[in-house]
Ligand binder design. Structure first.
Ligand code: ATP
Ligand code: MG
Length: 295
C-alpha cells in the first residue's frame, strides 16, 4: 500500500482525527511480518541520504508533531538512526527562550532550516505557535489565526530554495497515551521523560485535537504536505514514515555529482603508484633476505 497517498492530508481538505484509526496496521498482524519491509526501507534511506549529501543540491526537512508521548523521539531514532550523522541534524523546539520570544515566531525556526545536502528533523516546530499558543491563549485569536498563512508562505520560501518538506502528525489515541505514561512510571530509565504538564495537558486533549485539525487542514499544501500517521503501533509508524520518506527521496531522481577530475587519468596514476609500491616492497624483501643470509 502506498502510504504517501493514503495518509496525506488533501490540500484544503478537512481533517477529523477521531475518524482516523490510530491503531491501523494495514495487512500486518504484528511487527514480525513488517520486519522485512522495514529493513528494506531503512537500507534505502541510508543510500538516499548519502546521495543527497553527495549531490549537495537540495535538502530535506522532516517535521514531527504529536500529542505528548506520541513517539517523536522514537521516530527520530528510527529514521535518523539509519543515516550517516554527517549530513543530518535534529532540532527540538521547547518553550521559547527570552531571546527567541522577543523575535517573530519563525525567527528561531528559520535558523534551524537545513542547508543544502542536509536532512533535518524538527522535534516540534513552528506549529506549536498555532497549537499550544492557541490552546492556552498565549496570544489572542487575531494573532494565531494569521499564522497559518505566514507558515504556508514561510514553507513555500524554503521549498523554492531547494528544501523538500514532509510533515508528520503521529496520531495516537487517548488510551494509548495513558498506557505510555504508565510505562514511563514503571521504568526508572524513562522517569526523566515525565513532566508536570503530562496530565494537565491531557485535560486539553479535545482542544489540542481541534487545533491540530485546523493546522493540518490549513497547512497541508502541495509544496509541504501533512501526513497523519497511525502511531499506536510504533513499528507501523516507523514503517509508514520510512516508506513516505524513501518514496519522496526516490522521486527526486538525485544523482551523484560528476567527478571533478579525469577518472581514467587518475586510474593511470594509481596503477603507476601501485607498480612503484610493488617494486619498493620487492626491494625491501630482497634486502631483508640478504641480511638474513649474512646473519
Ligand atoms: P516528550 O514528548 O519526550 O515529553 P517534548 O517534546 O514534550 O518531549 P518537553 O521538554 O517535555 O519536550 O516539552 C517541550 C514543551 O515546549 C512542550 O510543552 C511544548 O508545548 C513547548 N513549546 C514548544 N514550542 C513552544 C512555543 N512556541 N510556545 C510555547 N511552548 C512551546
Ligand atoms: Mg513532554
Amino acid at each position: 500500500m502506498k502510504y504517501c497517498e493514503k495518509f496525506k492530508v488533501k490540500s484544503g481538505g478537512k481533517v477529523r482525527l477521531d475518524k482516523i484509526d490510530a491503531a491501523f496496521k494495514d495487512k500486518h498482524e504484528d511487527q514480525t511480518s513488517a520486519l522485512g519491509e522495514l529493513e528494506k526501507y531503512t537500507q534505502r534511506l541510508r543510500e538516499l541520504q548519502y546521495l543527497m549529501y553527495a549531490e549537495d543540491k537540495r535538502s530535506l526537512l522532516i517535521i514531527l508533531q504529536a500529542m505528548d508521548a506520541g513517539g517523536k523521539d522514537g521516530t527520530i531514532n528510527h529514521v535518523l538512526g539509519s543515516m550517516n550523522p554527517q549530513g543530518t541534524r535534529v532540532c527540538g523546539f521547547k518553550v521559547p527562550s527570552a531571546e527567541e520570544a522577543s523575535h517573530d515566531f519563525l525567527w528561531r525556526i528559520h535558523q534551524a532550516a537545513p542547508h543544502r545536502g542536509q536532512v533535518a528533523i524538527f522535534n516540534r516546530s513552528h506549529y506549536e505557535d498555532v497549537l499550544v499558543s492557541r490552546v492556552h491563549n498565549y496570544v489572542p485569536k487575531k494573532v494565531w489565526s494569521k499564522r497559518f498563512d505566514l507558515i504556508n508562505n514561510f514553507e513555500k520560501n524554503l521549498v523554492d530554495s531547494g528544501t523538500h518538506i514532509l510533515k508528520f502528525y503521529l496520531h495516537i489515541s487517548e488510551d494509548e497515551q495513558l498506557r505510555r505514561f504508565k510505562q514511563r512510571i514503571d521504568d526508572p530509565a524513562r522517569h526523566w521523560k515525565i513532566s508536570e504538564s503530562d496530565y494537565t495537558e491531557r485535560e486539553y486533549w479535545d482542544d489540542y485535537s481541534k487545533a491540530f485539525e485546523d493546522a493540518l487542514s490549513k497547512c497541508s499544501t502541495e509544496h509541504a504536505p501533512w501526513f497523519v500517521i497511525p502511531a499506536n503501533h510504533k513499528w507501523f509508524r516507523n514503517l509508514a514514515v520510512s516508506q513516505i520518506v524513501v518514496e519522496t527521496l526516490e522521486s527526486l531522481k538525485m544523482e551523484f555529482p560528476k567527478p571533478t577530475v579525469d577518472i581514467s587519468e587518475v586510474r593511470r596514476k594509481y596503477h603507476m603508484a601501485e607498480k612503484e609500491e610493488a617494486a619498493k616492497n620487492g626491494n625491501k624483501t630482497k634486502d631483508k633476505n640478504r641480511k638474513k643470509d649474512k646473519g
